[in-house]
Design a protein around this ligand. Sequence first.
Ligand SMILES: C[S@@+](CC[C@H](N)C(=O)[O-])C[C@H]1O[C@@H](n2cnc3c(N)ncnc32)[C@H](O)[C@@H]1O
Length: 265
Amino acid sequence: MGKAEQILPAAVDHHGFQIPRHLAWRTGRLDRFREVSDEHITHLQTYAGLADARHVVEIGCGVGRDAIPLMHILPRDGSYLGIDIIPGSIEWARANVSAHSPHFRFVHFDVADQQHNPGGANAMECYKIPCRDGSQDLIFLYSVFTHMFPDDVARYLSEFARVLRPGGRVLASMFTMERGLISYLKAIGGGGLRSLTFSHEVEDGFFHNDPEVVPGATAYSLDRLGAMAVKAGLVPERFVRGSWRKDGEFDVNGQDLVVLRKPAF
Ligand SMILES: C[S@@+](CC[C@H](N)C(=O)[O-])C[C@H]1O[C@@H](n2cnc3c(N)ncnc32)[C@H](O)[C@@H]1O
C-alpha cells in the first residue's frame, strides 16, 4: 500500500455511499450505523405516517444517515430538508446526497454548541426553518432534544407548528423522565449507554444529567413537554417507550419516541 493510500480517511459504507469516518462518527455509533438508521426509518413508518408524507424536514440530520434511505422512499415530487449545526456534515451531505437527489437539501445553522459546533456564531433564536408556513407533512429529530435546553426546544416547537400543514406530525427521540425515576436510575447505575440518572431537576419537569457538562444530556417530563407543545400549537399524539431505562418494559431500542401533531382545525 502506497503512502497516499495510507493517509486517505477510512469511510463507512452506507447504502453504497462512502461517508468519511471522521464525519460519520459524529452522526452515530459506527458499530450500529446502518442498523440504527433502519430502526429510524421503521419508526417513521410505524409511528409517524411516513408513507403519506411528501415534504419532510429533519433536524439534526448529521451527514444524512437517514436522508440516504429516504431518497428511495419519498416520492420524486416530494422534498427533504436536513438541518444541522456541524458544517462538515452539511457540506458532505450537499456534495453527495443533494448531488444525487436535488430535491434533498441541506442547511447549516451556525448555532453555538460546545459539543457539536464550538465556533458557532449565533443563538438558536436567530434561525427560522427555511420552509413556507403550513408546507410540511413530517418533521423528525433523532437524538437532538436529548441535549437541548427548554428555550431552544420551545423555539423549534414553535417553528414546527409554523411550517407543518394541519394534521402534520413531529417525531422526536428523547429521554422522558419523572422525578420518581431518579432513585431507581441511581440504584441501577444509570440508564442508556452513558449511565444516565438525570438526577438534577433544574426546573419543574426539566432534568439535566450533569450540569457541569454542557450541553450534556437532558430530559423532560411528559407533562412539561406536552405543555410546551401545546403552547407552540401542537398536540401530543403518542408516546413510545424506549429501552434506555433498563426496566424490561419497552417498545423500541434506546431513547423514547414522542409524536406531536398539528391540529387539523
Ligand atoms: C447524535 S447526532 C444524531 C444525528 C442524526 N439525527 C442521526 O441519528 O442519524 C445529533 C445531531 O444533532 C445535531 N444538532 C445538535 N444541536 C442541534 C440544533 N440545535 N439544531 C440542529 N441540529 C443540531 C448535531 O450536530 C448532530 O449531528
